[in-house]
Ligand binder design. Sequence first.
Ligand code: AR6
Length: 174
Amino acid sequence: MSAPFEIMVGRIETLALDAVVNAANRQLAPGSGVDGALRQAAGPRLTEATKRIPPILTGEAVITPGFDAPMKFIIHTAAPIWSDEGPQGAKVAGLAKCYMSSIKMAASRGFESIAFPCLGTGVYAWPRGFACGIAIAACEQALEQAPKLKRIVFCCFTEDDAKIYRDGLGGRLR
Ligand code: AR6
């Protein structure tokens, strides 16, 4: 099977896929960046739905409908904060878990397509290249348990991010 990875530059809240992943916080409290864009696109029912769920653990994934946004579902996950105290290994494991638990959630629902933003690289300030390497490795590992997933889209906000992903994925692009 060919690797299901795709890279695009654009806004994740516009994607009509089975699921897109939200760069949330552990309280699922309204934020900026990806979260603000998804809440705007999905409408007030998303915020009503997310009020009932938290707190979530770092790296945990929870799911809501996409409501008024074009994707069917939104998978919410919270990355570690790069500047937080603590060993780097635990933070790396936490960011990897965001990707793996999101793919696991998608697989458990039989989804065929999912898009990720560059989790952790905005407000949470992860170095972009470092976070990209963790994202790709975690998705590759999780894919082994997700045979139905045909498309994993890395939705980059900038061309600079897309270049980092192209370099990271090399020959593994569809
Ligand atoms: N579509 C795709 N990518 C985007 C978009 C968009 N509409 N907007 C920003 N990005 P961030 P984090 C990129 O800050 O670092 C939130 O407020 C952005 O350039 O959304 O995980 C939450 O509530 C960056 O590369 O998420 C949390 O409190 C990436 O998406 C906290 O910030 C992630 O940026 C989460 O911080």
